[in-house]
Design a protein around this ligand. Structure first.
Ligand SMILES: [Zn+2]
Length: 338
């Protein structure tokens, strides 16, 4: 088949790769309904994370089960399924506590920017939809696989509750869906930090009540002004840089919660500075698997439309253009038609 491979900075190629095969009896192969480019794919694409060898790209997926291994019990051939970027057994102690991305048997899923994908630990990883979805639902179902699942974890980890004041650092797809998630969880005030007009518009549509365009220390000061000098109850950090992390911490009131779901790049926190902020930190790779049933249900009932974060759609063979558009911030998130 043809698939997406990253060779080095800004060198992404669509080329012949090996067809995925059942390697272990617990594997499944799925035929992708669509794929997409993740904000985290941009780190290696931009050279911020070195690529040592040609690497198959893509970790967000949904589609129809094409083949199952001999030990797969609950996942059926022909079923429409969604999974997360880490395969998990969903039975070990960490999974039972809801941290499937720390599964004792976790395996990463890669190579999803292609027509077929091997998913390890299929029974623990994949969740089916009630029926075969229509084409119009695919973008939202695909969003669940990572960006919505991650935004939802951000809101959950930041203990967003009805009536609370929430701030979101980062206006990428995850930040925008963190806004949507906070709205679903009943936050009263949602302050989105964004300086890009199309992203501000989507943030407002998803439930943001205020937009802050300042960044870093100035951004945190603006949050304090907007909250009578108190700070947000919950702040969600959806970028992963030193500036965004510290901005999130400074925007939060003593006793408040900071969640961080942007993969950290060069972030280090000073223990003494952190000590005096009095904030509670919780983050990490989102255990999307925990939320799949809830999120599939919300999309299925039409209560949320996370698929709107895809503002560019290109055929899979034009994947290099999708990377360029996201790198240059011409697109929030690109959907790849397989
Ligand atoms: Zn596990």
């Amino acid at each position: 088949m043809m698939g997406t491979v990253l060779y080095g900075p800004r060198d992404v190629r669509f080329e012949t790769v090996a067809d995925p095969k059942i390697v272990k009896p617990t594997d499944a192969i799925i035929r992708m309904a669509a794929s997409c480019v993740c904000g985290s794919d941009l780190w290696p694409y931009r050279g911020a994370q070195p690529v040592k060898r040609p690497t198959p790209m893509g970790h967000e997926y949904c589609g129809i089960v094409e083949e199952i291994g001999s030990a797969v019990k609950t996942v059926k051939k022909g079923q429409f399924v969604i999974g997360s970027f880490f395969a998990s057994d969903n039975t070990c102690p960490h999974c039972r506590h809801g941290y499937q991305t720390s599964c004792q048997n976790a395996e990463s899923v890669g190579g999803a920017q292609s027509p077929l994908l091997r998913v390890p630990l299929a029974d623990g990883t994949l969740v089916g939809t009630p029926e075969m979805p229509g084409a119009e639902m695919i973008p939202s179902l695909l969003a669940i696989s990572d960006v919505l699942g991650t935004g939802w974890f951000a809101a959950d980890a930041a203990c967003v509750r009805p009536g609370k004041t929430v701030a979101v650092v980062g206006d990428g797809a995850v930040g925008l869906l963190a806004v949507l998630s906070a709205r679903q969880m009943g936050a009263e005030r949602i302050i989105a930090m964004s300086r890009h007009e199309p992203r501000q518009r989507l943030a407002l549509e998803y439930g943001a009540t205020d937009i802050v365009t300042e960044r870093g220390d100035a951004g945190a000061e603006r949050i304090l002004e907007l909250t009578d000098g108190v700070g947000a109850d919950s702040t969600m950090e959806c970028v992963g840089t030193q500036e965004s992390m510290w901005q999130a911490i400074q925007s939060t009131r003593p006793g408040g919660y900071v969640s961080y779901v942007g993969v950290p790049h060069g972030v280090s926190l000073d223990g003494a500075e952190l000590f005096y902020t009095h904030v509670r930190l919780h983050g990490g790779p989102a255990p999307v698997r925990r939320y799949l049933p809830t999120l599939i249900d919300l999309v299925w009932k039409g209560e949320i439309n996370p698929g709107k974060v895809f503002d560019l759609e290109v055929p899979l063979e034009k994947v290099a253009e999708a990377y360029r558009a996201m790198d240059e911030r011409r697109a929030i998130k690109a959907l790849l038609r397989t």
